[in-house]
Design a protein around this ligand. Structure first.
Ligand SMILES: Nc1ncnc2c1ncn2[C@@H]1O[C@H](COP(=O)(O)OP(=O)(O)O)[C@@H](O)[C@H]1O
Ligand SMILES: [Mg+2]
Length: 234
């Protein structure tokens, strides 16, 4: 069943025509990848879903509700978690203070326990300033904060950026575990192998348009897509 449906959205930054008719969907309990070069419009697509950028044309539907004109703060409450590019933590606040900004209904002790199980290293770090953690640890805190909003859908914007290979592998396992718990995920990435091992379906974006989409299996038959959209050969 469809959880999120983006239908033919067109967006502008001032006069710049950025998203030029983007359509994609995420089914319940699905991990979907969105790949494209720097500047293709991936982040803008996430912002349009979140209501941070309002499309001039087209619709965004989430859990059968048209959210195209719904304000961003209400969309977040409807169950879309967001981990922005660069993580968006408050560096001078402690880990716990950062986590609390994700809690919608007061202190969520059960949620914190779950996050300590998912990210055991957090146990000794709750009172540490978030800005003093390593890149991988900050990424974990950002994901934990988004999960504490209890989302149906998690939007991850380039979560592997700046992570050492060991942390990338841990993040892959973390995303797989979050998915097993029943959270749907829209994963924006530039790292192709990482995305191919996680996503059940992938969309390829070039200059504000989706130019191809398929399953990792079907993409083996069209390897030229990677060359055409990302400039890499597999
Ligand atoms: N706030 C903004 N104002 C004007 N142009 C922007 C803004 N944000 C992004 N853009 C432009 O929109 C295009 C798509 O950007 P973005 O969605 O960030 O791409 P991606 O996430 O795929 O790298 C780029 O050409 C970028 O320069
Ligand atoms: Mg981006």
């Amino acid at each position: 069943m469809e959880l999120l449906k983006v239908a033919d959205i067109h967006t502008y930054y001032g006069r710049s025509y950025i998203l030029q008719g983007v359509s994609l969907s995420v089914e319940r309990k699905e991990i979907v990848g969105l790949l494209g070069r720097n500047g293709a419009g991936k982040t803008t697509t996430l912002k349009a879903i979140l209501g941070l950028v309002k499309p001039k044309k087209g619709t965004v539907t989430f859990r059968d509700k048209n959210i195209t004109r719904v304000p961003a703060y209400r969309i977040a409450r409807m169950g879309i978690g967001y981990v922005p590019q660069g993580r968006g933590l408050f560096p001078l606040m402690t880990v716990m203070e950062n986590l609390k900004t994700g809690m919608r209904y007061g202190y969520d002790s059960e949620g914190v326990e779950e996050m300590l199980t998912l990210f055991p290293f957090l146990k000794g770090r709750l009172n540490q300033q978030a800005g003093t953690l390593s890149g991988g640890e900050q990424q974990a805190v950002a994901i934990a904060r988004a999960l504490l909003t209890r989302p149906y859908l998690l939007l991850l914007d380039e979560p592997t950026t700046g992570l050492m290979p060991l942390f990338v592998e841990r993040l892959r396992q973390t995303i797989a575990r979050i998915h097993e718990k029943g959270v749907s995920i829209l994963l924006v990435e530039e790292k192709v192998p990482f995305t191919l091992t996680l996503a059940e379906r992938l969309y390829f974006m070039v200059k504000g348009r989706i130019i191809h989409h398929g399953t990792p299996q079907s993409l083996k038959e069209t390897p030229e897509v990677f060359e055409r959209t990302l400039g890499i050969s597999l």
